[in-house]
Design a protein around this ligand. Structure first.
Ligand code: SAH
Ligand code: SF4
Ligand code: F3S
Length: 520
């Protein structure tokens, strides 16, 4: 921990000075004064100007993560439960926190009633994401009343927001622990404090942490794995909270990433997804001339059947990466390329730093180099004052690219971001109607893409039983299409050829076949 971070670190102490058994009412009276002190000294709410000036402070790499002896064994005989919201970054953070819990002796549980510690790993990307979490905090209250020894914690992106921490402290006294996205490696200390002191423990560094290597991980599966290649985001799209909740861009060193992928390959994993909020900016903060293309060029030589990456920003998607992706092999030809809008004026207001034309040019270049590549995207409708014509540009761009899938969202104003202050005359009704029109198109394109597979043989990485029917196995194709099919359980964890018998809008049904000829 460096000096700066030490200054940023804070815990509310003395919330329950009498040391008696916890009592929700007493917490209510005590927290507000302490909280104000805490924020005055340690917390900065999202602030565009300050955040954009954060510049290029040196990132320190720590290879010596270890759980302090005093915390080892702390969890023996106890159980933990983590509920995860939001993106893959959060899913992977949950794997790290699970790893830490298990090294402390905790066992996992899926039953809230059995848990001694419950963490909500939260997402702040849209208002409804936050509402879900507040709903869940409410649901957990009776458990806390029943079992005052239960620790309820809130971590992840919402805990980086001042207003959220404020609201929890004022209204949700069942929450004992709040920590931020830069404080994950401090989990042993924080849980220890929460268990022992029965005080509310809060630690949110508003400045990003260093890069911590060698954190333990309990991966959710043994077939596919997430691998962080960088943290944070410096793009500051005007609608987005992520640059504030995740801090500035910090790349992991190539050798650490490559070693992790090699290790996963040796353990028998079949697929890795390289993770970052803006993976195309990978390496920009390193002192060497090295980017995502260079990294992928090394990773493709590792003996692991499938390599994916997410999320790409069109602005930084360079020729070197295209050239490497065109080498094929284990680099999957399905590219998630969020466009957000098909109108250059809206893109400008969003701060995306590319135009409709530039985006189409990029897609054209990728298709030329990799003719069999296909694309999915993210789209926001109802950006402040988006006109009907501007929205129609998004629809026509969708047609031009022929995306095979999209995550679509209605703009949600996020506190502290520039777009939240934009005046907006478009009604919610209108925005919902546009979303429906867009979704109809998205579904139609997906169904059409699926239809083309009927009668074809596809390679499926089998992940396990289908959610709805244990007699049916499920997995994904190279193009990330979900396939349900009958096959012996011994196929789980393997890549097998499946003949597609029926296409649905979002999935395929099929039958496993023996030969691999004409695989699509
Ligand atoms: N880093 C990725 C994705 C970040 S969040 C990228 O740049 O593409 C995932 C998606 O959520 C974004 O692509 C965007 O479409 C959506 N999103 C982000 N902020 C939003 C907001 N304030 N309102 C609605 N959707 C938003
Ligand atoms: Fe948010 Fe993605 Fe833009 Fe970064 S690049 S600010 S994560 S939308
Ligand atoms: Fe949500 Fe944070 Fe991911 S805001 S989308 S969990 S980076």
């Amino acid at each position: 921990m460096n000096e700066e971070q030490r200054k940023q670190q804070s815990q509310i102490k003395q919330v329950n000075p009498s040391g008696e058994k916890d009592n929700l009412d007493r917490l209510k009276q005590k927290t507000s004064d302490d909280f104000i002190k805490y924020f005055e000294t340690t917390y900065e709410a999202p602030n565009l100007r300050k955040a954009q000036k954060r510049g290029k402070q040196e990132v320190k790499y720590h290879d010596d993560f270890a759980i302090d002896e005093q915390f080892q064994g702390l969890g023996v005989g106890k159980k933990y439960l983590i509920r995860t919201y939001g993106c893959q970054m959060n899913e992977h953070d949950t794997e790290v926190m699970s790893g830490i819990f298990e090294e402390m002796g905790y066992e996992p549980t899926t039953e809230a009633k059995e848990a001694d510690v419950i963490l909500l790993n939260t997402c702040a990307i849209r208002e409804n994401a936050e509402n879900k979490v507040f709903g869940e905090i409410g649901h957990l209250k009776p458990l806390k009343v029943e079992n005052p020894d239960l620790i309820i914690g809130v971590c992840g992106c919402m805990s980086q927001e001042e207003a959220v921490v404020n609201r929890i402290l004022e209204k949700h006294h069942q929450v004992d622990l709040i920590f931020g996205t830069h404080n994950i490696h401090r989990l042993p200390q924080l849980v220890h404090n929460a268990h022992l002191s029965k005080e509310r423990v809060i630690e949110v560094w508003s400045k990003e942490g260093d890069v911590i290597e060698n954190l333990p991980k309990r991966r959710a599966g043994n077939i596919k794995a997430w691998v962080n290649i960088m943290y944070g985001c410096d793009k500051f799209c005007t609608y987005c909270i992520v640059p504030y909740t995740r801090g500035k861009e910090r790349s992991r060193r190539p050798e650490d990433i490559i070693q992790e992928v090699r290790h996963l390959a040796a353990q028998g994993y079949k697929e890795v997804t390289l993770l970052g909020q803006n993976v195309n900016a990978y390496g920009k903060d390193l002192d060497i001339e090295y980017g995502l293309g260079d990294l992928m060029d090394e990773i493709r030589k590792i003996d692991i059947p499938r390599v994916r990456f997410t999320t790409s920003h069109p602005r930084d998607f360079d020729d070197r990466l295209i050239e490497v992706l065109a080498k094929g092999g284990n680099l999957m030809p399905y590219i998630h390329l969020p466009v957000q809008s098909g109108n250059s004026q809206v893109l400008k207001l969003m701060g995306r730093k590319y135009t409709r034309e530039r985006f189409l040019e990029l897609v054209g270049k990728i298709k030329e180099a990799i003719p069999h590549a296909s694309f999915s995207t993210d789209i926001i409708v109802g950006f402040p004052n988006e006109t009907e014509e501007q929205f129609e540009d998004t629809l026509s761009l969708y047609d031009e690219v022929g995306f095979e899938g999209a995550y679509t969202f209605i703009f949600s104003p996020r506190d502290g971001t520039p777009a939240a202050k934009f005046d907006d005359k478009i009604s919610m009704e209108e925005k919902k109607e546009r979303l429906q029109r867009l979704n109809a198109k998205v579904n139609a394109y997906s169904a059409e893409a699926m239809k083309q597979y009927e009668g074809q043989i596809v390679n499926v990485l089998v992940e396990g039983e289908s959610k709805n029917n244990p007699d049916v196995l499920a997995g994904y194709t190279e193009y990330s299409k979900l396939v349900n099919f009958r096959a012996p359980r011994s196929a789980i964890g393997k890549i097998v050829p499946v003949k597609v018998t029926e296409a649905k809008t979002w999935s395929l049904n099929g039958e496993m076949v023996e030969e691999t000829a004409e695989v699509k």
